[in-house]
Design a protein around this ligand. Structure first.
Ligand code: GUN
Length: 295
């Protein structure tokens, strides 16, 4: 396979953002500017970068954004008080609390405190439940929704496909499984979730038509773990030592890209694959949240 097997996440994300522009213009013509609040707790460098990218995309689209930064030692009660204010602010249609959160704060309590109608992350139990039930009125988590969109727009058939998801996290693995096993279009897959207690991960992966790598282990998926013609979606963002680089580190995915790419029918580059889609789907959820208040 050559470089033509790459799935260009930047290009597909740009398409999705372009599709949102007329919807945002229509909202503005009715006096509504979509508004999104970011909440960041502490100074995690990666979170700063991610929130920065999301803010920039908001600005480029004409979505109003505000970022609340709380100190690392913030109590759960203070964060909940902030969320209550953001929930009550009619100019804000979406709220995103960037993960990971410091240890003293229980993520499940925080995500349950975001109003479900503003939960553009899709982490509130009501939205998680709707995803499990196949109810499209909820918000769905942005990274797996972005991967589903990448598959759809790259004409990768999921119906009847064997999908292996590496990782069982609440942000990617579990919602990804719920999406792809639903009865319906761009779903209908046979899904296996593999995790740290799975025996024979290699055997599961070698059966897979589609692999979603989202367990956070640098370059875990190797060439001898995939069958030729596999479709690979790499969610991983791992910083590893690299003596050759100025900074002494580099970012790699969960896929040993150089060796897996030649075997794959389609594969996401990393960066430039799944990452931009997460942001595009966040913007889409925010526009939907704003449209919902117009109805
Ligand atoms: N951290 C990594 N991915 C995400 C995401 O999709 N949403 C939030 N809020 N935090 C994250």
């Amino acid at each position: 396979m050559t470089a033509t097997n790459l799935i260009d996440g930047r290009q597909i994300a740009a398409q999705i953002l372009d599709e949102l522009r007329p919807r945002i213009a229509a909202l503005k013509s009715r006096g509504v500017q979509p508004g999104l609040a970011f909440v960041r707790v502490g100074e995690d460098p990666a979170s700063k970068v991610y929130v920065g990218r999301k803010e920039k995309t908001c600005a480029a689209l004409g979505i109003a954004s505000t970022t609340q930064v709380l100190p690392e030692q913030t109590s759960e009660a203070d964060l909940l008080a902030l969320l209550a204010r953001l929930n009550a602010d009619a100019h804000l249609h979406g709220i995103l609390v960037q993960a990971p959160l410091p240890r003293q704060i229980r993520a499940e309590v925080v995500y349950a405190a975001v109003a479900p109608a503003k939960d553009v992350d899709g982490f509130h139990p009501v939205n998680v439940g709707k995803l499990m039930l196949g109810d499209p009125t909820g918000f769905q988590p942005c990274t797996p929704a972005g991967i589903r969109e990448l598959l759809a727009r790259s004409a990768v058939k999921t119906e009847g496909a064997e999908v292996v998801i590496l990782g069982r996290g609440n942000i990617v693995g579990k919602p990804m499984a719920a999406m792809l096993c639903q009865k319906g279009r761009q779903a209908n897959a046979t899904v296996t979730i593999c995790h740290s207690a799975t025996r024979e991960i290699r055997a599961h992966c070698r059966r897979a038509d589609i692999i979603v790598a989202a367990m956070g282990v640098p370059e875990f998926l190797k060439a001898d773990m995939v069958k030729p013609g596999v479709v690979v979606m790499d969610v991983g963002v791992n910083r590893v030592p690299d003596p050759a680089s100025n900074t002494g580190t580099k970012l790699v995915g969960d896929v040993a890209f150089a060796e897996v790419q030649p075997l794959a029918a389609r594969i996401t580059p990393n960066p430039g694959g799944v990452g931009p889609m997460t942001i595009a789907m966040l913007m889409q959820n925010t526009v939907r949240a704003a449209e919902a208040v117009m109805r």
